[in-house]
Design a protein around this ligand. Structure first.
Ligand SMILES: C[S@@+](CC[C@H](N)C(=O)[O-])C[C@H]1O[C@@H](n2cnc3c(N)ncnc32)[C@H](O)[C@@H]1O
Length: 164
């Protein structure tokens, strides 16, 4: 069971870690938004947040919860698509941050990093959730294989890496 206060503190720490390296006007994409809890936190720090999620069949109540939570948050744009398809709508080196929190198996995390890494400006950041042992260990395998290690892992198991 996820602890909301850990998520809030972890994302607050992640945001402050990036703060000095990012411009005042900044754009990010979240891959996997579920009911919008993390997107709403990101929206307090970013000028524009694109929330990507297919909200597939059976997730109508979750999608409704996302719509309700974000309806007055004007800098969140809902992108109802799968990660790979959504990536085609963004220019290379156009984003300040991409946060990956969709499917957590090794291959899916690796694929998501491959789709989105080219979209991030040099010197900006890629990250994601659930860098932890146990059922999400695929996140660790994929991130470590592609980056060596993340630059930092936060208390909610969010990871981050600065893009060179
Ligand atoms: C762990 S939840 C995200 C939680 C959310 N980031 C938060 O902290 O509030 C994972 C989400 O990924 C979405 N998802 C699954 N496959 C996806 C894909 N191919 N592309 C984008 N999102 C996907 C699911 O629909 C689900 O809502």
């Amino acid at each position: 069971m996820r602890d909301t206060s850990d998520l809030q503190q972890g994302l607050a720490d992640l945001l402050s870690y990036m703060h000095d390296s990012l411009p005042t006007e900044k754009t990010m994409v979240e891959i996997g938004s579920y009911a919008g809890e993390s997107a709403a936190i990101f929206a307090k720090a970013f000028t524009a947040v694109y929330a990507v999620d297919p909200w597939s069949l059976g997730m109508r109540p979750v999608e409704k919860a996302f719509d309700k939570r974000t309806k007055d948050i004007r800098n969140i744009t809902k992108v109802k698509k799968r990660s790979e398809e959504a990536a085609r709508f963004f220019e290379d080196e156009s984003l300040d941050f991409v946060y990956i929190d969709a499917l957590h198996d090794y291959q899916s995390v690796k694929d998501d990093i491959h789709y989105w890494l080219p979209k991030i400006k040099k010197g900006c950041f890629i990250g994601g959730h659930d860098y932890e042992t146990g059922e999400n260990a695929g996140v660790i395998y994929a991130v470590d294989e592609l980056f060596g290690k993340p630059d930092k892992v936060f208390m909610d198991s969010s990871w981050i890496k600065q893009v060179e």
